[in-house]
Design a protein around this ligand. Structure first.
Ligand SMILES: NC(=O)c1ccc[n+]([C@@H]2O[C@H](COP(=O)([O-])OP(=O)(O)OC[C@H]3O[C@@H](n4cnc5c(N)ncnc54)[C@H](OP(=O)(O)O)[C@@H]3O)[C@@H](O)[C@H]2O)c1
Length: 237
């Protein structure tokens, strides 16, 4: 089994996104990074940008809702590295701002859940056997204050905050994270959900108070590099 640390990051389809910066920061720690996106050409472009800086970043195709692609990826990682050290579930769909619970289109809500909850859950299930082989397995679900009861700006109890499907899917992701963390306690794999905070991933966001992408990504990377004594479950923003 390789001694090289290996991380897999989902949903790295945009240079402006948190996932790309997470890849950059992990790679700077001499970790081999599997940069995945729905479109392989996007993953290849972005991985090449980082690899030219002398780090080990490899593009891979992954639509998190596609079980065939997940299985292919598991096979590739197992054959090449025999284990996985870090899984970052960054991919998500945002749904519709202003969507209300009382009249939300449930077909759309199911699509949001298919990505944000079930896709992520499926990938967790598929990768856990490889994470358990790591001496320091870490699984990070990138969540949102939108799915929190306590977040005063974006949380579930704040009127007209995030769209309902997105918020409820992230609340479900938080619950899933707790269950996985409790189940995996004996294996040593640390599992946490992290909110990166309101982060400037779109034009004009900084003027609205969003923090730089490097800072949002650093929260995620922190949970990926926890020591064995680190928290296991759920990190409020
Ligand atoms: N930005 C913020 O203020 C903020 C705040 C709290 C939480 N977050 C969380 O942070 C994470 C990253 O958000 P971001 O702001 O960087 O947004 P983003 O750039 O839109 O990142 C989300 C990525 O997920 C990908 N994706 C969507 N469906 C997918 C699927 N089925 N399979 C694989 N990838 C898929 C998208 O791919 P395509 O490019 O192909 O569409 C996109 O690149 C998300 O989990 C989000 O909920 C963000």
């Amino acid at each position: 089994m390789t001694t090289q640390r290996v991380a897999l990051v989902t949903g790295v389809g945009r240079q402006e996104g948190i996932g790309f910066e997470v890849c950059r920061q992990l790679a700077a720690q001499h970790i081999t990074v599997l940069l995945t996106a729905r479109q392989l050409d996007r993953a290849t472009d972005l991985a090449t940008q980082l690899a030219t800086q002398g780090v080990d970043v490899r593009p891979m195709e992954l639509d998190v809702t596609r079980s065939d692609q997940i299985q292919r990826l598991v096979n590739d990682v197992e054959q090449t590295f025999q284990k996985l050290d870090i899984l970052i579930n960054n991919a998500a769909v945002a749904g519709t701002f202003g969507e209300q619970a009382a009249d939300a289109d449930l077909a759309t809500a199911r699509q949001v859940f298919e990505m944000n909850l079930f896709g992520t859950w499926q990938l967790c299930q598929a990768m856990l056997p490889l994470l358990r082989r790591s001496p320091a397995g870490r699984l990070v679900n990138v969540s949102s204050g939108g799915g929190s009861y306590g977040d005063p700006a974006f949380g579930l109890t704040t009127p007209n905050s995030m769209g309902t499907s997105y918020a409820v899917s992230k609340a479900a992701l938080n619950a899933l994270t707790v269950r996985l963390a409790v189940e995996e306690r004996a294996t040593g794999v640390l599992i946490n959900a992290v909110c990166p905070g309101f982060t400037a991933t779109f034009p004009g966001a900084e003027a609205m108070g969003a923090r730089p992408v490097a800072d949002g990504a650093a929260s995620v990377v922190w949970a990926a590099l926890l020591p064995d004594t680190g928290p296991n479950r759920w990190l409020l923003p």
